[in-house]
Write a protein that binds this ligand. Structure first.
Ligand SMILES: Cc1ncc(COP(=O)(O)O)c(C=O)c1O
Length: 449
């Protein structure tokens, strides 16, 4: 047993790989409770997955909601694609290594994680571009089915790129199309006022990127359909983090990324999904040759592919796509119910510790406390949020910061543990108690926060 500076006894360090324990002792953590957290990690049925990720020493990584941690298989896969498939196979690899089919092969793997069914998803492009394509399809379908409807509804607090893309689309279409913004409260209440007979379709992000608020897909989609509109979901902050049943919920179209909770790698390609009901009707305006029915016939005019390949546009980034597959394969082996259960347990613990150990500071938990309304992150506000996050990162606890005042902590159940949460709150307490954020280096902002 070690004796701390203040005379208390600390538990011995139980995890030899984790030398951060000594820091915890220095900042005055309650060792008994940390031991309980470590025990929960030891009992965690998902614990084995942690070994499949590259987690730098002396680092607690809580930004998987922005960029997922590197998979251990990524480097080897990239090396293989570059050296063998590209280096030796050369152009033959479009056929021989299955490059041409990768968007649909990966699409089915994503679909397995989000309840999309086979043949309904492709992995390609960015979320922003896929949203433009999906929203264009919704415009065209509603122009045929409900020509008077020219309003696109989305959350005021949606990720800005979604709003920007919809604005760009409305401007491109002209002819009375407009984007209207609704508050989260309107969405959770089932659209009591905003879903008028002018609304053609609604675009909703499943989990709010800033607060971590989760919207109920099934009841919200039903409300949208009852109002005569189509529902497009953005799954960027939920795919890989919680159980999703796209087809079962009646959703019409969906998009999402693979670089957050699916660990695809920085800028890895996104996905787009179409419901069975719209499978023969959806179109897209970016009618490049990869979405053509017979791209190598080199016909002078465009005939769309019959299936989901129609949502492709141009030549795909094969190295990035191949690396993304490694992340998808790891997630495909995980039980999503267990992932969700652990995610909620981690965020419960985080919130409980913020409540009990930081109550003497001006911090507020802005993530909903109800499980049914919570994604897989905890967001708290502090008036000096940016500087506090900078100080945390300096101490090896990596989350991120979003305006205004929001510190985000992403909880990826496959590699984040209960002791990580305990340690994070203890380091945060030390930073706040001792105003360690109040230093010049924590006021300097890079291009990316
Ligand atoms: C909810 C949401 N939608 C869309 C995007 C934009 O994604 P992309 O940069 O792949 O277009 C993001 C990016 O973080 C996001 O969080």
């Amino acid at each position: 047993m070690t004796t701390l500076d203040d005379g208390r006894d600390a538990e011995p360090i139980t995890d030899p790989a984790d030398s951060r324990a000594s820091e915890r002792a220095r900042v005055g953590a309650d060792a008994l409770d940390r031991a309980a957290c470590a025990q929960r990690d030891a009992d965690d049925p998902l614990r084995g997955f942690r070994d499949e990720f590259v987690l730098p020493p002396e680092t607690i990584y809580l930004d998987g909601n922005s960029l997922g941690a590197q998979t251990k298989g990524a480097a080897e896969r990239a090396q293989d694609v570059i050296s063998q498939e590209w280096g030796t196979g050369l152009i033959r690899s479009w056929n021989d290594a299955g490059w041409f089919d990768l968007p649909a092969v990966l699409g089915d793997k994503v679909a397995g994680l989000v309840g999309g069914g086979a043949g309904a998803t492709v992995v390609t492009d960015t979320t922003s571009i896929n949203l433009f394509k999906a929203a264009s399809a919704a415009c065209k379908i509603q122009t045929a089915d409900a020509p008077g409807r020219r309003v696109i509804l989305t959350q005021r607090e949606n990720f800005p790129s979604d709003i920007y893309m919809l604005e760009g689309l409305a401007e491109q279409l002209g002819d009375g199309w407009e984007v209207r913004l609704v508050d989260d409260a309107e969405v959770t209440a089932g659209f009591p006022t905003a879903l008028t007979d002018e609304v053609a379709f609604v675009v909703l992000t499943h989990v709010n990127y800033r607060t971590g608020r989760l919207f109920d897909m099934e009841s919200t989609t039903s409300a949208i359909h009852a109002g005569g509109a189509l529902a497009i979901w953005d799954l960027c902050h939920s795919a890989g983090a919680l159980e999703i049943d796209l087809a079962g919920s009646g959703a019409d179209l969906a998009v999402g990324c693979t670089y957050k909770f699916l660990n695809g790698g920085p800028g890895s390609p996104a996905f787009v999904w179409v419901s069975e009901a719209l499978r023969t009707r959806f179109t897209q305006p970016l009618s490049g040759w990869w979405g053509h029915k017979q791209p190598f016939e080199m016909e002078p005019s465009y005939t769309p592919a019959e299936g989901i390949r129609r949502y492709l546009t141009g030549t795909q980034g094969i190295i990035s796509m191949s690396v993304a597959e490694v992340g998808l394969d790891i997630h495909s082996r995980a039980d999503m119910a267990a992932v969700r259960q652990k995610s909620l347990a981690l965020s419960d613990l985080f919130i409980e510790l913020v409540d009990s150990r930081l109550s003497h500071h001006p911090v507020e938990v802005v993530t909903p406390r109800e499980h049914a309304q919570r994604g897989s992150q905890v967001s708290i506000t502090h008036p000096e949020g940016f500087a506090v996050m900078s100080a945390l990162i300096e101490r090896g606890v990596i989350g991120d910061y979003r305006e205004p005042e929001v510190l985000r902590f992403g909880l990826t159940p496959l590699y984040v543990g209960f002791a990580d949460v305990w340690d994070t709150v203890e380091v945060l307490r030390d930073i706040l108690d001792n105003r360690l954020w109040d230093a010049p280096q924590h006021k300097v902002r890079g291009a990316v926060t």
